[in-house]
Design a protein around this ligand. Structure first.
Ligand SMILES: Cc1ncc(COP(=O)(O)O)c(C=O)c1O
Length: 371
């Protein structure tokens, strides 16, 4: 049986009857730019993040870039982040004029290690950008305890983690709730995916929200009046209309992802060559990815390919080893936990529409390899 890594067509079939009329109503109105669906979505995403403001933008990348621009980084200003992430987390720091400072990850959760962050603080540190990788939150309370007394901002990269929660002092805190500002991606493959590129920032600081709203509109709140230089980074009304429909299903889809993950965990428990994802007991994981560590990972990947089982390596080259960041001076061995992760991780199909039979085929192919 062929099992794709992701099946957006299957998802489309389940929501077609609701999404298509929503799109048609935008088309009938011809309000493609900043139509009412955008403000409605901004309100709803802010609410689900326990934040006061949502500010739509063109992509998850821009949802990180615009807050970094708001920091007005000077050459030599540093932003600490993880190297074990999608490129945008660090590319945006560079493009905002800062220097990415990479620190290692916790091997269990794959998230940034707060102790390593603390060791990397310098007088030039302006921000910390944790990434809630694969759908599990970083240790936000520990990062904030390092950042806040020093006046350092925490920008959450929640592109993979919409709806993820973490228990802090006995209370659930949402992705997007604790940081200075948080970036979401609505790239089609995300847990909440648009039908094209889209993103959103959330924050609770009224002045920052106003600033971000300006930065996405060429730096001016009023048309043709520019207080600063921004860019064109809006979330299209058509995307907002799709996302508003999909948002109604997000809780149910997340529950399905979690159920699939629990089923994989049980299936792999007796397989010593496979290490299922570790969830910090404080976290509720939303499983954007179900990522195992696997012995002989590349051979397993080739075996799965031969059996028609979708899989991916997120990420095969940690960012501190990317050629574009060579001038920063990191070498192989600089960040060993990230380097061990890039050599052993493998993501398996985990979308809500995955059937029991498909999941059984994935498990059988993995078991067959190690038999
Ligand atoms: C961790 C992380 N950061 C940033 C991004 C950038 O988002 P986008 O592709 O919407 O620009 C993504 C997604 O692709 C991501 O997974």
């Amino acid at each position: 049986m062929n099992v794709p890594l992701l099946d957006l067509v299957a998802q489309y079939r389940t929501i077609k009857d609701e999404v298509v009329p929503a799109l048609l109503s935008v088309i009938e109105s011809q309000q493609f730019i900043m139509g009412p669906a955008v403000a409605q979505l901004e309100g709803e995403i802010a609410r689900l993040s326990h934040a006061r403001h949502g500010i739509g933008c063109a992509s998850g990348t821009d949802a990180l870039l615009l807050p970094l621009k708001a920091l007005e980084l000077k050459p030599g200003d540093e932003v600490i982040t993880t190297p074990f992430t999608f490129f945008a987390s660090a590319g945006t720091i560079h493009n905002a004029g800062g220097t990415p400072v990479f620190v290692d990850i916790e091997p269990g959760t794959f998230n940034i290690d707060p102790a390593a962050v603390e060791r990397a603080i310098t007088p030039r540190t302006r921000a910390i950008m944790p990434v809630h990788l694969y759908g599990q939150m970083a240790a936000m309370e520990r990062l904030l305890a390092i950042a806040e007394p020093r006046g350092i901002k925490v920008i959450e990269d929640a592109c993979q983690a919409i709806g993820a929660r973490r228990s802090v002092d006995g209370e659930w805190r949402l992705a997007g709730e604790l940081g200075w500002v948080t970036g979401y991606s609505f790239f089609p493959s995300k847990n909440l995916g648009a039908w094209g590129d889209a993103g959103m920032m959330v924050c609770s600081d009224d002045r920052l929200a106003e600033r971000l709203r300006k930065l996405r509109l060429h730096g001016g709140a009023k048309q043709y009046h520019h207080e600063e230089v921004g860019t064109n980074s809006r979330l299209d009304t058509l995307h907002a209309a799709v996302l508003l429909v999909k948002l109604r299903f997000l809780d149910q889809w997340t529950a399905a992802r979690r159920a699939r993950a629990a089923r994989y965990d049980r299936a792999f428990a007796a397989l010593p060559s496979v290490c299922p994802p570790r969830v910090d007991p404080a976290n509720e994981h939303v499983y954007h990815q179900y990522t195992i560590r696997a012995e002989r990972r590349d051979e397993l990947a080739a075996h799965l390919k031969g059996r028609g089982i979708g899989h991916a390596i997120y990420y095969p080259v940690a960012l501190h080893l990317q050629p574009c960041f060579a001038p920063l001076g990191y070498t192989r061995g600089s960040l060993p936990a990230s380097e061990a992760a890039m050599a052993s991780v493998l993501s398996l199909p985990i979308y809500p529409e995955l059937t029991d039979a498909q999941q059984d085929a994935v498990v059988a192919a993995v078991r067959e390899f190690y038999a």
